[in-house]
Design a protein around this ligand. Structure first.
Ligand code: SAM
Length: 266
């Protein structure tokens, strides 16, 4: 479907939970966040039905994200429900990789095509500091499991402060080259203060070619990461919500006071 600015909207990112098993310093406060009420979180049936409607409206690319998608119970069941929808050309997940070792094979069997894994440092201490307690070994084993399972190409998301020449980023780049992984560098953003940057090596953050809609775990459809606009899909109805989101998608967002990376999913 074309929006007002002639952009073809064919990509839907679905956040399936606001929970996360890491506390990355730039993403979530150490004490965590006030979690959504269970009844506010979309059920698998609601997500699958919404996705079916979105695909009928022209969505061809789906990404599951979070919070951390692998902490949502029975996530492979949802993956299978979405994979069974005809018309999806690209079906991926963004994960921190901590639980990927145990999930990779099941996700592949359920029909997921590929994964992006977030990795900001390969140094044990630095990784633990950035994620406030994560173990980089779990993530590396998860990446290996994803490669073995065929969730390829495995892409790495690396958040940088300012430059790809920072020590952590250089080491992650070398790690990716050794393993034959694609890497994209995401400059640390501040949604509230309107500090946004295009993703280096990826497509995100380029408003003129943005093809995305985002669905939060509690059913808010957001046409732009950098804006407060959101439509409640339960109240509005799925088809109308999609049409309205496309209609309201701004040429370029300015700031986002109501959403954060952990509930929108990046
Ligand atoms: N838990 C999953 C993960 O870690 O990949 C998926 C959700 S996470 C919010 C999605 C992406 O957003 C990750 O690659 C993460 O590094 C990125 N992210 C989070 N906060 C960010 C910020 N302030 N600026 C830039 N990227 C951010």
């Amino acid at each position: 479907m074309l929006d007002q600015f002639n952009r073809t909207i064919d990509y839907l990112r679905i956040s399936v939970t606001d929970r996360c098993n890491l506390r990355c310093v730039y993403c979530m406060p150490e004490e965590g966040v006030k979690l959504l009420r269970h009844e506010d979180i979309l059920t698998f049936n609601e997500i699958a039905e919404f996705t079916r409607t979105a695909v009928k409206s022209g969505i061809k690319k789906i990404r599951i994200t979070g919070g951390e998608p692998l902490v949502r119970r029975d996530i492979a069941v949802l993956v299978k429900m979405i994979a069974d929808i005809p018309g999806i050309r690209d079906f991926s997940m963004t994960t921190n990789g901590v639980l990927l070792k145990e999930h990779a094979m099941g996700l592949k069997e359920a029909g997921l095509h590929r994964v992006n894994v977030s990795l900001d440092s390969v140094d044990k201490e630095r990784f633990a500091a950035i994620t406030r307690g994560g173990n980089v070994k779990d993530v590396i084993e998860g990446i290996d499991a994803a490669i073995i399972a065929g969730l390829t190409p495995v892409k790495i998301n690396c958040v940088i402060k300012n430059s790809t020449q920072e020590k952590d980023a250089v080491e992650v780049t070398e790690f990716c080259h050794r393993k034959g992984l694609e890497i994209r560098y995401i400059r640390q953003m501040d949604l509230v203060n309107g500090h946004f940057f295009p993703v280096e090596g990826g497509e995100g953050g380029r408003c003129s070619s943005c093809n995305r809609l985002r669905l939060t775990a509690n059913g808010k459809l957001k046409p732009c990461l950098f804006s407060d606009i959101e439509i409640d899909i339960r109240k509005k109805g799925y088809e109308s919500a999609i049409q309205e989101a496309i209609q309201l998608k701004p040429e370029c967002g300015v700031r986002n006071m109501t959403g954060s990376f952990y509930n929108i999913g990046g």
